[in-house]
Ligand binder design. Structure first.
Ligand code: ADP
Ligand code: MG
Length: 571
């Protein structure tokens, strides 16, 4: 009797699979990387669970991945003895193609396959990449600790449905059998598999085993000697199998760093940059931190996963350890491997451990240094970073007071200097262009660049050739509330208060203003009476050169942009 049942993927599944097959077609071989990456994660999870329950190893403690193939049958088999999956796990993890963010992802699709292919890269398809090369995929798995009879057989052709059935499975872990498509049958080949594994998965710390090729032996006459029958096949590791972050920087190639990033981040694209460090002394740890190229879909979602992969003395402890970096650096991916924490450290303990605090502040500095290095070395790359993550970084000064100057140096703004809405001017650049006698950094906040740069408040600055930053991100006014100063110079909203140009105001300006005031006394009084209930004060000004009048708010009052945001939020 069998309990085989057929279940459907979600409605988006087929579309997603088609798109994936199309967009990754020229890079088909990455399916192997994804399946090995999953097997490695499964080994990590088993080792972790076995810390508190050694019996999970059963009688098979040597964790490994084994790859086999059959040229005639056109199959590749990838077997691990990791944590495995229960029936529920299988249905949850292999039955739902859609992860958090899928709906949003689908809504962004244009229908233009070319464009959509670009998008899928940042989505991450993992297990389903098997269908790029296979038209049928079988999974046989048993979760560690469950009875042999609780194995599961999953099967799908990557269309609308999949089946699950209970089976007997001797060894724990997961075996994946790929029935290759006609056009991908060439993957069932020893040399091909070895070179793909070397290229993409050399950094995996788990050994990837393959059967040793028997080198033919020859007799004196040059004839190939017959191979002994029933010879036990010998296996060998075909990858390096040391944890990449424990190796020294000079030994690791850029490509290896990039592939390792894809493994830890589940991202398909190369990272922008990374920083690999070994720390010795009072605290001992290795860290490898990456800046992704693209912001995840859920960067603004409070519940989105974030944080680093935590290892303690090479043993995987947890994903998404969020205690090692502040919230405004939540886009950073990577690994931290500590020698000081205990193997049974939990999230709760992490929150209270002073060692974690020291690591957090050191790792924060590393990230800020890595970013400023990028900004100095490659302005174009930094601009790409800023466009993706600048808004998150702007949360920095409020959250991390001690690094506020460092963070401020990383900011980029649009400015009347470049006269464009591209946010590419640093505060250092601004300060270097300040006019003699200028004491403040001036900015205008508006809902977009055009409105900001056309603000009547800028007229006097234009006349005097003084640069003004044009802020139009939603967070900007809130940010300015936390900025106080930069390089000893205060910030001044040009739309607020009595404009004080300080030293920039010359004698002629002052005289002109006094003259205007006395000449227009009656006018001011009349306007005041008319607008009585609506304004607090009416003043003569020489800030305007073209416009007859403008509204300003008091220094302590909420800015116009902030007011609009609150109004939109219904307050
Ligand atoms: P991701 O690796 O990003 O979570 P995948 O699509 O690659 O996404 O895998 C989905 C899930 O299926 C994994 O998170 C894991 O729970 C499960 N899984 C996949 N392969 C294995 C495996 N070899 N052993 C155990 N679980 C696995
Ligand atoms: Mg995966």
């Amino acid at each position: 009797a069998t309990d085989k049942e057929t279940l459907g993927f979600q409605t988006e599944a087929k579309q997603l699979l088609q798109l994936m097959i199309h967009s990754l077609y020229s890079n088909k071989e990455i399916f192997l990387r994804e399946l090995i990456s999953n097997a490695s994660d499964a080994a990590d999870k088993l080792r972790f669970e076995a810390l508190s329950d050694g019996t999970l190893y059963e009688d098979d403690p040597e964790l490994r991945i084994a790859i086999d193939f059959d040229k005639e049958a056109k199959t590749i088999t990838i077997a691990d003895n990791g944590i495995g999956m229960s029936k529920e796990d299988v249905i949850n993890h292999l039955g739902t193609i859609a992860k958090s963010g899928t709906a949003e992802f689908m809504s962004k699709l244009s229908g233009d396959q070319q464009k959509d292919s670009q998008l899928i890269g940042q989505f991450g398809v993992g297990f389903y990449s098997a269908f790029i090369v296979a038209d049928r995929v079988e999974v046989k798995t048993r979760r560690a600790g469950l009875d042999k009879s609780e194995g599961v057989h999953w099967e799908s052709e990557g269309e609308a449905e999949f089946s699950v059935e209970s089976i007997e499975k001797e060894g724990r872990g997961t075996t994946i059998i790929l029935h290759l498509r006609e056009d991908s049958a060439d993957f069932a080949d020893d040399f091909r598999i070895r070179s793909v594994v070397k290229k993409y998965s050399d950094h995996i710390s788990l050994p990837v085993m393959m059967e040793k090729q028997i080198t033919p032996e020859y007799d004196e006459e040059g004839n190939e000697k017959p191979v002994e029958e029933n010879l036990e096949p010998e296996f060998e590791a075909i990858n390096d199998a040391t944890a990449l972050w424990t190796r020294s920087r000079s030994e690791v190639e850029d490509d290896e760093y990039k592939e390792f990033y894809k493994h830890v981040s589940h991202d398909f694209q190369d990272p922008l940059t990374w920083s690999h460090n070994k720390v010795e002394g009072k605290l001992e740890y290795n860290s490898l931190l990456y800046v992704p190229a693209k912001a995840p879909f859920d960067m603004w979602n409070r519940d989105a996963t974030r944080g680093l992969k935590l290892y303690v003395q090479r043993t995987f402890i947890m994903d998404d350890a969020e205690q090692f970096l502040p919230l405004y650096l939540r886009f950073i991916k990577g690994v931290v491997d500590s020698n000081d924490l205990s193997l049974n450290v939990s999230r709760e303990i992490l929150q209270q451990d002073p060692a974690v605090d020291s690591m957090k502040s050191a790792l924060t500095k590393r990230v800020l240094d890595m970013l400023s290095k990028m900004a100095k070395k490659d302005a174009e790359q930094y601009q790409a970073f800023w466009d993706e993550f600048g808004q998150v970084l702007k949360e920095g000064p409020a959250e991390d007071f001690s690094n506020k100057e460092k963070i401020a140096k990383l900011f980029r703004f649009a400015s009347t200097h470049s006269n464009s809405e591209v946010q590419d001017q640093s505060l250092e650049d601004y300060v270097s262009r300040m006019k003699e006698g200028q004491e403040k950094i001036y900015y205008v906040a508006a809902e977009n660049y055009t409105t900001g740069s056309n603000s009547p408040h800028l007229e006097v600055f234009r006349k005097k050739g003084i640069e003004v930053l044009v802020l139009f991100d939603r967070v900007d006014e809130w940010l300015m509330g936390h900025m106080m100063d930069f390089d000893g110079k205060g910030f001044q909203d040009v739309g607020k208060g009595e404009l004080d140009l300080g030293e920039l105001e010359d004698e002629a300006d002052k005289q002109e203003k006094e003259k205007l005031e006395s000449e227009n006394k009656d006018l001011v009084e009349r306007v005041k009476t008319v607008l009585e209930a609506k304004v607090e004060e009416v003043r003569v000004t020489n800030r305007l050169t073209d416009s007859p009048a403008c509204l300003v708010v008091n220094d302590g009052d909420m800015g116009a942009q902030m007011r609009r945001i609150l109004e939109q939020a219904g307050q």
